[in-house]
Write a protein that binds this ligand. Structure first.
Ligand code: SF4
Length: 343
């Protein structure tokens, strides 16, 4: 299921906005003016676009056009400052975005799909199935409509969904985020996470300069398949082969996300195998503590096991860090985003 609201201005690029402008008798340059109102001045109603004629604005409204900037429906605040926002999603499932303040950084973790069809066993989003793709406007809306919008320093596509499984809309959202006519963000402040869905990942690599984070979780194909059934369709060895063709030493960064499960993937044997698999790549490894989810038996690794794993990777020449766990008390940490399904 796809969102289909062709009258929503949020998510449109200048080419599409020029078509809309022509419909109401505006000159093509009005497209750039509209983009500036949408993505820089962040207006929430058409009447605020005051450099368009009154007649044109009235015509737009008459024809059913609207901005599409919609405030979150609900929020939950963590003791550590993390805020989880709930938005209207698609297909009867709401979606979530997580605001994570951290000293001088303020990161927003956005969703790209309502649910997910990758079915990773340990992830609550995957356990709830897939209800639909977000369009570019709904992705951008998460960034524009939260109260902290103007303070954001980083955007990560690590919320609900597999971005490479909705690559057209994710690329459209990234264009709005990074284009001069849009929000003019540096791609170096944006990270897109993927399980390695090859076709979408390749398009992402070819058409953007954003940082890439790949969910690996095990260096062994069979074990990875147990955790992530997509290993069968998109084997990690193919993903790594693709990644090795790109430069991650200069403009953009590559990281591997490794969720750590007690006595499942957290011993020396796994650390050594992971170091072997990643040998020669410009990559860093983020070690993530597993957050207990109802539908999965595994348990989180101990702090000692995580530190030992990190040190072993570092000794093998692979930069590894333990990612701080944020927002666990409001179910906002990695793997815990479930959204909300309507009955
Ligand atoms: S971990 Fe990511 S890719 Fe896997 S099911 Fe959850 S949201 Fe989808």
């Amino acid at each position: 299921m796809e969102q289909n609201d062709d009258r929503k201005l949020l998510g449109m690029n200048p080419a599409r906005l020029a078509e809309v402008a022509a419909e109401v008798g505006l000159k093509p340059f009005a497209a750039k003016q509209m983009a500036a109102w949408l993505y820089q001045k962040k207006v929430t109603d058409i009447d605020s676009m005051t450099d368009l004629s009154k007649y044109a604005r009235a015509k737009l409204v008459q024809r059913g056009y609207h901005i599409g900037c919609v405030a979150p429906k609900a929020e939950a605040r963590s003791a550590d400052g993390t805020v989880k926002y709930l938005f209207e999603g698609v297909g009867g499932r709401d979606i979530e975005a997580v605001y994570i303040p951290d000293k001088e950084r303020a990161t927003l973790c956005v969703s790209s799909q309502a649910g997910c069809r990758m079915n990773c066993r340990f992830c609550m989003t995957g356990q709830g199935g897939w209800q639909g793709n977000l369009d570019a406007g709904a992705i951008i809306n998460q960034i524009l409509s939260i109260p902290e919008s103007d303070t954001l320093t980083n955007i990560v596509f690590m919320g609900m969904g597999e971005p490479a499984d909705n690559i057209g809309q994710v690329l459209a959202a990234l264009e709005i985020l990074t284009a001069k006519w849009g929000m003019a963000w540096s791609p170096r402040r944006i990270t897109v996470s993927s399980i390695g869905k090859l076709d979408g990942l390749k398009r992402l690599l070819d058409s953007t300069q954003v940082h890439i984070a790949i969910s690996i979780h095990s260096p062994y194909a069979l074990e990875r398949e147990q955790l992530m059934p997509v290993e069968k369709a998109f084997p990690m060895r193919e993903v790594l082969r693709l990644l090795r063709q790109y430069d991650f030493a200069h403009q953009r960064r590559l990281s591997m996300e490794y969720t750590m499960f007690d006595r499942l993937n957290d011993d020396d044997r796994h650390a050594d195998a992971l170091a072997r698999v990643l040998k020669g790549m410009d990559v860093r490894v983020n070690l993530i503590r597993f957050h207990k989810t109802p539908g999965f038996d595994g348990a989180p690794s101990t702090r000692e096991a995580m530190e030992r794993f990190r040190d072993r990777l570092n000794a093998a020449g692979i930069t590894a860090t333990i990612r701080a766990s944020r927002g666990e008390d409001i179910m906002a940490a990695c793997g815990m985003l479930a959204g909300k399904k309507k009955d």
